[in-house]
Design a binder for this molecule. Structure first.
Ligand SMILES: Nc1ncnc2c1ncn2[C@@H]1O[C@H](COP(=O)(O)OP(=O)(O)O)[C@@H](O)[C@H]1O
Ligand SMILES: [Mg+2]
Length: 314
């Protein structure tokens, strides 16, 4: 099987009125076996809509979607047996304990009673929740809740896992832990499609699609996408910042810039020309330069470039 998940021209309108904006437009997606595939996009991009359709909880308006060569509209039960889905909104029962939640998900997913104990022990160990089995899920930290929800989604040993923003609203340590868990899941041979609004998390995926206003703007490995960009990035830190911004605005070859922390990231057409020009102008204006160098293009730069291009086209 070449593709575990395949969508063709997938389109979703929530409203039937003619002026309504579609939540998804002509989405073509191919996820290959054993991949960690990232669906990246801001709030409202259509991530949840796409994952809901793939999870067979909602029908598309048009187009098709297949998981393991099964059609989401025609064979939803067969798909569900092979699929783990962790929705963005909370999926656990707040007044049930960690153990009760796992048992409940094991039952509704048809895990045989004999197998349940071993599988639950495995997952408690995997999610490092062994010491918290009696705690009600409403009393877990945000990060632990997400780990429990992930364990519940994996209870029936699915071959495909759909995760909707598993790291949103989670502290940085738990975010890293969750990504480590996903790496483990991938090593077990599961195909994972994960959505995130965080561009930096996209770097962890093998393949990434950037979704924006219901459309896929680009697909590829983070490395491929970064290499395709028609600009370079120059990072500058200089004081006073007012002068730095003025120079950035006026220097030829600077396409755009944005502030990141205490420095500016400039996208430039040709760094070998822009670097000396910037240095000269900053010095002439009496600025004190502490950083001036070419920097690596990251997914955030890719995203901003594509969105600006899209908005310019209207
Ligand atoms: N149940 C719904 N009814 C009407 N519009 C919806 C519904 N769910 C989402 N939308 C709209 O569809 C678009 C995509 O939303 P969503 O899929 O939730 O995006 P994301 O998960 O990327 O934030 C948004 O414009 C949102 O307002
Ligand atoms: Mg969402």
């Amino acid at each position: 099987m070449e593709e575990v998940i395949k969508t063709q021209q997938l389109t979703k309108y929530y409203s039937k009125t003619k002026e309504a904006e579609p939540a998804l437009v002509g989405v073509d997606l191919i996820v290959k076996p054993g991949e960690l595939y990232g669906l990246v996009g801001p709030d409202g991009a259509g991530k949840t809509t796409l994952l809901r359709i793939l999870a067979t909880v909602m029908e598309p308006t048009s187009g098709s979607a297949h998981l393991a060569e099964l059609n989401v509209s025609k064979q939803p039960e067969k798909i569900r047996a092979r699929l783990g889905y962790m929705p963005q909104a909370f999926s656990l029962y707040p007044d049930l304990s960690v153990m009760e939640n796992l048992r409940f998900f094991a039952d509704i997913n048809g895990v045989p009673r004999k197998r349940q104990k071993t599988r639950i022990d495995e997952l408690l160990d995997f999610a490092r929740l062994t010491d918290f089995t009696k705690r009600r899920s409403e009393n877990l930290s945000g990060g632990m809740r997400k780990k429990l929800a992930l364990a519940c989604a994996l209870i029936h040993e699915p071959e495909i896992l759909l995760l909707d923003e598993p790291t949103t609203g989670v502290d940085p340590v738990s975010r890293r832990e969750l990504w480590q868990l996903l790496t483990k899941v991938i090593h077990q041979g599961v195909t994972v499609l994960v959505s995130t609004p965080y561009m930096d998390e996209a770097e962890r995926c093998k393949t990434v699609s950037i979704l924006y206003r219901g459309r896929i703007l680009i697909t590829g490995s983070p490395n491929e996408l970064e290499k395709q960009m028609p600009f370079r990035i120059v990072e500058v830190k200089a004081r006073p910042r007012r002068i730095l911004r003025e120079v950035a605005d006026q220097t030829e070859g600077v396409l755009s810039w944005r502030a990141v922390g205490d420095r500016l990231r400039l996208s430039v057409s040709d760094s070998s020309q822009v670097l000396p020009n910037l240095e000269e102008s900053l010095k002439r204006e009496g600025a004190n330069i502490s950083i001036l160098r070419e920097a690596r293009i990251v997914m955030e730069d890719v995203f901003i470039h594509l969105v600006e291009k899209q908005e310019a086209q209207g």
